[in-house]
Design a protein around this ligand. Structure first.
Ligand SMILES: Nc1ncnc2c1ncn2[C@@H]1O[C@H](COP(=O)(O)OP(=O)(O)OP(=O)(O)O)[C@@H](O)[C@H]1O
Length: 585
């Protein structure tokens, strides 16, 4: 466990942890010495010359006092290292979240990540003070007592030395079984926690479908699995715990019998026997408390393992010698992509994109259209290097995105997604995330272009309106505009816009379409288009079907050509909220 603590603390932690370990070891050894000194104290007191006890008694008191001082320092050091652990772990987890490839964040892993950063860090925080100290003292105090026994009775010490590995082996075997069972139980508890959260979050859906009283299948299953894991832990873990307790009692009984027989044959005096018995009781107590601390230790070790595994995940590869894009053009050449997410996402290995090739010239507007699931958002993600293509190359300004440094790439590309996430804060803070140093003029321009200025005008607190967690206090359309203003304020030369299908009303839609068209004079625009107004005004349209570009050209070209686009156009042209759908087979 100590190795695991060093691992999760990383390069920042060794010094305070080293100091703490030194204090805890010192306190444990002094405790052992103090107990050992009880043997000469008792032996002298019960022997023929009780007045000789003073030097031993003084040594005992000095040791006990020194132990108390070190113990106090070790306890307070434990809390200090605990809070350092929490700070370092939160910082390292946040840094790691920034470095990990986006593809790593599957639904399951994101939930695990939030558990690790929340309850698990709190659990680990208490390890140095509440678990490490008893653990060290349950090892070092008995070891000191065994060494001390050699000074009082070599035979007893040898018996202890022979029995110690047996006790150790029994304890290890039972810990190994329990640790495996704990892992299964941890997973079951995590699953139940996720299902309860899902149940709470999805109350509106569940109530809408009248599924509140009869239960929620997935939650019931998770709770049953948790109960099964609990029963397994008790049934399979108990024999190990009982055997360890039995083995300690057996060793005690053996030593008692031997001590009495040595006393009867005259090779051990009564005072020494009594003093040794006191020491043995203390020794068995220490060993038993090691077993009691075992459950907490096992859980902490499992948690530290999981934290270490996340912190050691390899980061998204960055170029050794980053290159700078020459301009703001974009080029996809023979791009193929497949999601390699785990079975939990049910993705399989079907390619999502196949041989996608296109070029977006600087200062132009391209509309990407296609049925739902065709791969449009995936293309946007590859352009921003959220993931790397499985085949082919994505270039910005003639440079492969894999060769552009992360900061440079972020400065070149701005994205507006359909699923807008706002941080808990004011509208202004949310927009300014993109460019904290932006002046009032730039802020006002971004607000005017995105239509956010009208939203601000209608809200009593204007820019200072609190958006709530995730932007929950704003409507879908308002959130969308905050997110567009944020992307515009960043003023990256390439803007990817995943157009919302339903968030804007007609009046705003027309305004927004005009604003988007104006932007194309300044930026390379890729719009995942769902609205007729956007598609028609684009310089070129790319039609994506089942991961392949099947048609490309201007609106007029494509209508004249009479292909898929033209047939969609005919069927949908008059409907508001024009949306390309899969052709009926
Ligand atoms: N994170 C992911 N992991 C695995 N598969 C994914 C993931 N995201 C999308 N997919 C799959 O990739 C395919 C393309 O999805 P994508 O979101 O790119 O389509 P889209 O054209 O943007 O759809 P829509 O118009 O509905 O937003 C779909 O079959 C989808 O199920």
């Amino acid at each position: 466990m100590i190795r695991q603590l060093y691992r999760v603390l990383g390069p920042e932690g060794p010094r305070p942890l080293n100091r703490l370990l030194l204090l805890q070891c010192g306190a444990a050894v002094l405790q052992g010495v103090a107990f050992a000194l009880l043997v000469p104290v008792l032996r002298t007191l019960l022997g023929p010359e009780p007045d000789d006890v003073w030097p031993w008694l003084t040594a005992f008191v000095v040791c006990a006092l020194a132990h108390a001082v070190l113990q106090g320092a070790a306890i307070s050091g434990g809390f200090t290292v605990g809070s350092q652990l929490s700070r370092v772990l939160h910082r390292r987890l946040a840094d790691q979240a920034l470095r990990l490839p986006l593809g790593w964040f599957t639904a399951g892993r994101t939930a695990e990540f939030s558990r690790l950063a929340g309850q698990n860090v709190i659990q680990v925080m208490s390890t140095p003070a509440h678990l490490l100290r008893p653990f060290i003292s349950s090892l070092l105090t008995p070891a000191t007592l065994v060494v001390a026994t050699f000074f009082f009775d070599v035979r007893t010490a040898l018996v202890l030395l022979v029995c110690a590995p047996v006790l150790f082996a029994v304890q290890r075997a039972s810990t190994a079984v329990m640790r495996r069972l704990d892992l299964g139980r941890d997973a079951a508890i995590g699953e139940s926690a996720d299902r309860v959260l899902e149940y709470a979050r999805n109350q509106p859906v569940l109530r809408a479908f009248g599924r509140t009283t009869e239960g929620y299948g997935a939650l019931d299953d998770a709770l049953m699995a948790e109960a099964r894991a609990d029963r397994r832990l008790i049934a399979r873990g108990l024999p190990g715990l009982v055997s360890f307790s039995f083995a300690t009692r057996l060793v005690f009984a053996l030593l008692l019998a031997l001590g009495v027989s040595w006393q009867l044959d005259g090779s051990l005096t009564v005072p020494t026997l009594l003093a040794l018995l006191v020491l043995l009781v203390r020794l068995t107590d220490s060993v038993s408390s090691a077993a009691e601390a075992g459950a907490g230790l096992r859980i902490a070790r499992n948690t530290l393992d999981r934290l270490g595994a996340v912190l050691d995940e390899p980061p998204f590869p960055q170029p050794a010698e980053p290159k700078t894009p020459r301009d703001a053009s974009v080029e996809f050449t023979g791009v193929g992509f497949r999601y390699d997410g785990g079975p939990s996402e049910g993705t399989g290995t079907r390619p999502v994109l196949n041989d996608v090739t296109f070029r977006l010239p600087e200062r132009s507007m391209t509309a990407l259209v296609g049925p739902s699931g065709a791969g449009k958002t995936t293309i946007a993600g590859l352009l921003a290097r959220f993931r790397d293509p499985t085949e082919g190359t994505v270039r910005i300004g003639g440079v492969d995105v894999r060769e552009i440094g992360a900061d440079d790439l972020a400065a070149h590309v701005s994205l507006v997604f359909q699923d807008v996430y706002l941080f808990d804060g004011t509208i202004e803070e949310n927009v300014r995330i993109a460019a904290p140093g932006a002046g009032p003029g730039e802020l006002a321009e971004a607000a005017a272009l995105s239509g956010l200025d009208r939203v601000i005008g209608e809200l009593p607190e204007g820019w200072a309106t609190k958006v709530g967690e995730g932007g929950a206090r704003l409507s879908g359309g308002q959130r969308q505009r905050v997110s567009v203003a944020r992307a515009l304020l960043k003023d990256a030369p390439i803007l990817v816009l995943d157009e919302a299908t339903a968030a804007l009303d007609q009046e705003n839609e027309a305004l927004f379409a005009r604003a988007v068209r104006t932007l194309a004079d300044r930026k390379t625009l890729l719009v995942i288009a769902h609205r007729l107004s956007t598609v028609v005004s684009a310089d070129r349209i790319l039609v994506l079907e089942d991961g392949e570009i099947t048609e490309r050209g201007t609106h007029d070209d494509l209508v004249t050509k009479g292909g898929t686009y033209a047939s969609f156009w005919e069927r949908r042209a008059r409907a508001h909220g024009w949306r390309l759908e899969a052709a009926p087979s």
